[in-house]
Design a protein. Sequence first.
Lengths: 637, 247
Amino acid sequence: MKLESNIPSGPIEQKWDKHRAEVKLVNPANKRKYRILVVGSGLAGASAAATLAELGYNVDCFTFHDSPRRAHSIAAQGGINAAKNYQNDGDSIFRLFYDTVKGGDFRAREANVYRLAQVSVNIIDQCVAQGVPFAREYGGYLTNRSFGGAQVSRTFYAKGQTGQQLLLGAYSALSRQIGAGTVTMHTRKEMMELVLVDGHARGIVTRDLVSGNVESWAGDAVILATGGYSNVFYLSTNAMACNVTSIWRAHKKGAGLANPCFTQIHPTSIPQHGEYQSKLTLMSESLRNDGRVWVPLKPNDNRAPHDIPESERDYYLERKYPSFGNLSPRDIASRAAKEVCDEGRGVGPGGRGVYLDFSAAINRLGEKTIAERYGNLFEMYERITGENPYNVPMRIYPAPHYTMGGLWVDYNLMSTIPGLHVLGEANFSDHGANRLGASALMQGLADGYFVIPYTIGHYLAGVKPGSITNEHPEFKKAVEDVKGRISTFLSINGKRTTSSFHRELGMLMWNNCGMARSESSLKEALQRIPEIREEFWNNVNVVGSATELNTALEHAGRVADFLEFAELMCIDALERDESCGGHFRTEHQTEDGEARRNDEDFCHSSVWEYSGDTSKPTLHKEQLTFENVKLATRSYK
Amino acid sequence: MKLSLKVWRQKNKEAEGQFKDYALSDISPDMSFLEMLDVLNEQLLAKGEEPVAFDHDCREGICGSCSMMINGKPHGPESMTTTCQLHMRKFKDGDNVIIEPWRASPFPVIRDLVVDRSAFDRIIQAGGFISVNTGNAQDGNTLPIPKPDADSAMDAAACIGCGACVAACKNASAMLFTAAKVSHLGYLPQGQPERQRRVLKMVEQMDGEGFGNCTNTYDCEAACPKGISVKNIARLNRDFLKASIFG
């Protein structure tokens, strides 16, 4: 496997312009001869599918949902960053770039991040033109809020539903193309396999979730925009159906998977409340603009929050990180919460929670202003917990939320498999070891609207359009493989449900490869995962048949892939013998408990190649160089 | 808590459906309604029976997937709440709970509680957008938009496309859904060039899908988990009339 990042030469400010001037183009009359398969219809997938169709390509877009509008991007709450500097507070493209590289703890590729910051401004313009109802001031101009890891106000938002509004914007652009017949939309079809012909990605195999039909689709290039794998932890803030299958299938066909151990644990989620819990609900990071995080000063203090006087409270983020305070980055805020709970100072059932208190902001601004800013989040909190956050501080705890790792891509967003492009959370590209808040929406839309439309032409210009159809033997073979796998699931007839395996794996991953990892916890996980997998293949029970809507069968396929992928995640976490961003190895910390990076040995992306044995992947390294941001210890103090 | 459930079971689109009774015990009041159904499904699977199929995904009340009639009400007894955000503390020990899919001919049942809502997508495809190609846009602050208009657009745009409005309506009308989009884009300066064409196209598609007419009962507004106002329907009617005369 060769890792050619294809980063253009020249000063960082000029790389993207230079690249756009140099990449090959497909002329307008030829574009209609090409067919592009887009898997996923979230921010990255929908924006890419719509834009490529506008350019004249034929696009087939696939989603396992009943409608492209259901993709999990819809659940993003707080906002989207852009270096507009509308607030006149010192923001710039360089500053957004700098904040993102530093926030990622120097484990991202500079050139990609700079481009992201550059196109961020175009995204806002595009979304406004589509009718996305961003929040505005009385003068009619766009307003901003602050997010973690930045000292400027650059986050655009639409109440607490920014992801929804941006996705509906991309969905409307996609719908326009579907109506025009340039995009063929395939709903309730789940990608089961990637098809390669002569080493190039030329198609996919899907299962229709209603009829059970297994079908294959050929194209001139394939785009995966299938999101992240936080559900490897079983409990996460991701939607129930989010899974690793498409990128794992691509990995097993030869695509390098980069930094799988880089997972983000979000500091503000509603704490778990019981065994039966099916998912965790996020409370937007934007709440930290006005909420103050605290725990009692003394351990095992069971008094109600109102009965604890100011002098006996520890506003630990403000104390430890005075310059960023409650807006410290996510990895740091999450670890700080874990630390105080480990000290016995956590609140709520089981002591796994900290307070997020709005009383100071309500006194300062009034309840009405707070309701305007966060009303829907407060309502959601009350519905779930039965407590009213206007009167009682919220209780929050960290939860798996986002995965920075993903398929390795070059500057053109192409994976190590020619023709296979990967966008959004599914790739590894821009966030390093920790993503800053409001940057996921930015990246998804940057990739889809403003990067892939330029870079895919560079690949397609070297491909003869329509040269492969799904009559090719590789397609028949892939279909047979998928059918074989499905019938295996149905024939095991064991005793345990797919959910019980998923839950067991998730608990193991959370305890051993979660917010804190150590050599011994990872080695233990690496021993357990193959055992769980072994039991799965001998003792899972999948009822029903292959030729109908069968939710147990759908889940079986996803859990089987998680059971393989989890092992790679732990191998990667064990190999990366340093702490950086969200990857916290307990062996590597400073005296005051901060992550200690090892730039000498680990200033690289770890890219794993499938070797035929999931337990023995081959490691490749892409060395990271920092020419524009000084490699330094991250400090938010 | 103990519960007696009556759940609609239907093998596929063609098959005849029927209610089946299930008894559950040890349900925690802190569970969400869907977690209660997860418990039921785990029990069915343990007995080798097929689980109850239902659409769900984000479980945060925003994706619009979940769609069930609970005791005759779309999304159940709590107002402004999707099924996934409904919690069992809203029920009493020993309650009977009847669970059905949306009932509307443009939303055919696919299996159990899962219905086909693609008609909604086709209404949007007919005109629920602003025709702006990527790259066309000018600076986002070029056109100031009065805050009240931006806020009203946001309120209308909050629709999650779940279909509760249709399920609640005795005519299975999709007016609230269609009006929310017409209104959202109609409040904004960017939406003006296509305003007349949009309303005509979307209403035509809506009628073509077999949704009924609005007879101003407002059950849709009462059932809407996002509180979309029927005022939007009035706006749609005004726009439609104008477009029909002048368009």
